[in-house]
Design a protein around this ligand. Structure first.
Ligand code: CTP
Ligand code: CA
Length: 232
């Protein structure tokens, strides 16, 4: 797969990437979701394919097409994502969690469509939802990984300045225990749904690498970093 010109540095390697945004059902017609388009994950899948990898994309409600030659596994909720990633990552050399996973899900899903109080409802009436935290898929993958597997996380952060952005990213990398963390500044509508991105890739040791440009360029840089960590 991939063009004849591309470096085949992932030939014979298995890469599993999650992309998109999960949805947590409230009732048969409603859900809690987020505005991740799946562009970053799709770009990663295309780049991994061009490098010669066997690529699986675990896709949660993508708004973009899945690159050809990439195997797609569709998921909806964070719980689905966890099950699919646990299964698909078992044999993977590189695992990348680019999906925006819902952190909270409704405590229960209503079998029937939730109704207003018919007849006596008014503008301004309140309703509340009890939400419970979902499993941390990335942390679970790190805990269960085989040796030599490279695991990459993403972080979308809002911070007043770059120093604070990087401090948040360092803390998250530490907490998650993954090898690389790609951090996006999502303050005031940057990045989400956009073609261009500003991502900094940090590793456990050493300084970060910043890429500003297309999501394809960012994907290429992230995979180069992941490649450099693979055991020969
Ligand atoms: N992630 C995950 N499972 C979750 C939530 C997040 O695997 N339930 C993954 C994301 O795919 C991403 C990384 O964890 O690769 C960081 O996601 P992020 O939302 O930035 O971190 P959280 O740990 O959820 O912390 P918070 O949202 O509170 O900043
Ligand atoms: Ca989160």
């Amino acid at each position: 797969a991939g063009s004849a010109m591309a470096v085949q540095d992932l030939a014979g390697r298995r890469v599993v990437i999650s992309a998109g945004g999960t949805r947590e059902a409230l009732d048969p017609v409603r859900y809690l979701g987020n505005s991740s388009s799946g562009r970053m994950g799709a770009a990663l899948a295309a780049d991994a394919d061009a490098r010669g990898a066997d690529v699986t994309l675990v896709a949660a409600h993508l708004e973009v097409p899945v690159p050809s030659c990439v195997r797609e596994v569709r998921v909806s909720s964070t719980e689905d994502l966890e099950a699919a990633m646990r299964r698909e990552a078992a044999e993977a050399d590189i695992v990348i969690m680019a999906a925006a996973a819902a952190d909270f899900a409704p405590e229960s899903v209503s079998d029937l469509k939730i109704k207003k109080h018919e007849g006596r409802s008014r503008v301004g009436d309140r309703m509340s939802l009890d939400l419970v935290q979902t499993p941390d898929v990335l942390a679970g993958l790190v805990a269960g990984r085989h040796r030599d597997q490279v695991i990459v996380g993403f972080a979308a952060e809002t911070a007043p300045d770059r120093d604070e952005l990087l401090a948040l990213a360092r803390a998250k990398l530490e907490r998650k225990g993954c090898d690389l963390l790609a951090v996006n500044d999502v303050s005031s509508g940057r990045v989400f749904g956009k073609v261009d991105t500003d991502v900094t890739v940090i590793r456990q040791q050493g300084s970060g690498r910043r890429v500003r440009g297309s999501k394809m360029m960012a994907a290429h840089a992230i995979l180069a970093e992941a490649c450099s960590l693979l055991a020969p």
